[in-house]
Design a protein around this ligand. Structure first.
Ligand code: ADP
Ligand code: MG
Length: 245
């Protein structure tokens, strides 16, 4: 453990053509910290997440992960992507591979790890997310909530130092949201470093160490969840909360 943050963004700017989607964004995420990012649609939340594992290159500013600037390409970039897992709204599982194969794929193909050892780890992870009995099934045979739990197990199989979640429950039927949030909450309790874009304010209240509120490409406000929800400071945050709570 060190006090140096795991993820540091400094003066990060990103444009899509004329659109300035990240504007001088500064953000530090410490090891073991859970940061929930909220804000209106189009405020730059996904772009922020994607910038952290360099799915989206930035135009200016710096991002460091675990003390090093994000690599632009090659093996170093592949390693970064394995150290920063990402879970998307759409689960993106391989349809013609079994659940177990989906979870084993990264470590075996990308990292060239021994497949027997990976298999044991994958089965343990499926157990952890409550899907062990479905290991030999195909994604289409599982519910959305189960598929998203598999996607989390798949990210964990790479033994990441941090996990990014971009609206992981937004595509789910309401009755399946809870089972995914439960897995995420237990990861948070176990000390996983997490950046979570979500509209689930219950999760933000109970699992986050910090809430970051974005609007128009800027971080407008940052606070502990209890403080943020009780006393939002900016008009933008007050307005946003009045619409969703
Ligand atoms: P959020 O996740 O908060 O809804 P995004 O980060 O997805 O916001 O998008 C921020 C802004 O950037 C939006 O106006 C969106 O339309 C725009 N945008 C996102 N991705 C692209 C892209 N690949 N090309 C052009 N514009 C984009
Ligand atoms: Mg988004």
């Amino acid at each position: 453990m060190t006090d140096e943050p795991l993820i540091v963004l400094e003066k990060v700017n990103k444009w899509f053509g004329p659109l300035h989607v990240l504007q001088d964004v500064d953000l530090s995420v410490h090891r073991g910290e859970v940061v929930v990012v909220i804000g209106p649609s189009g405020s730059g939340k996904s772009t922020l997440c994607r910038a952290i594992n360099r799915l989206e290159p930035i135009n200016s500013g710096t991002i460091t992960f675990d003390g090093r600037p994000l690599p632009a390409e090659g093996r170093a970039l592949a390693r970064l992507r394995s150290e920063v897992g990402m879970v998307f709204q759409s689960f993106n599982l391989f349809a013609h591979k079994t659940i177990l194969q989906n979870v084993m794929l990264g470590p075996v193909k990308v990292r060239k790890e021994n497949s027997a050892a990976v298999r044991d780890r994958a089965l343990a992870l499926l157990e952890r997310v409550g899907i062990a009995s479905q290991a030999e099934k195909y994604p289409a045979q599982l519910s959305g909530g189960q598929q998203q739990r598999v996607a989390i197990a798949r990210a964990l199989a790479m033994q990441p130092k941090a996990l990014l979640f971009d609206e992981p429950t937004s595509a789910l039927d309401p009755e399946m949201v809870g089972e995914v949030l439960e897995v995420m909450t237990s990861l948070a309790r176990e000390g996983m470093t997490m950046v979570v874009v979500t509209h689930e304010m219950g999760f933000a209240r109970h699992a986050a160490n910090r809430v970051v509120f974005m609007a128009d490409g800027q971080i407008v406000e940052e606070a502990e969840p209890a403080e943020f929800f009780a006393h939002p400071r900016s008009d933008r945050a007050k307005d946003f909360l009045s619409k969703i709570l």
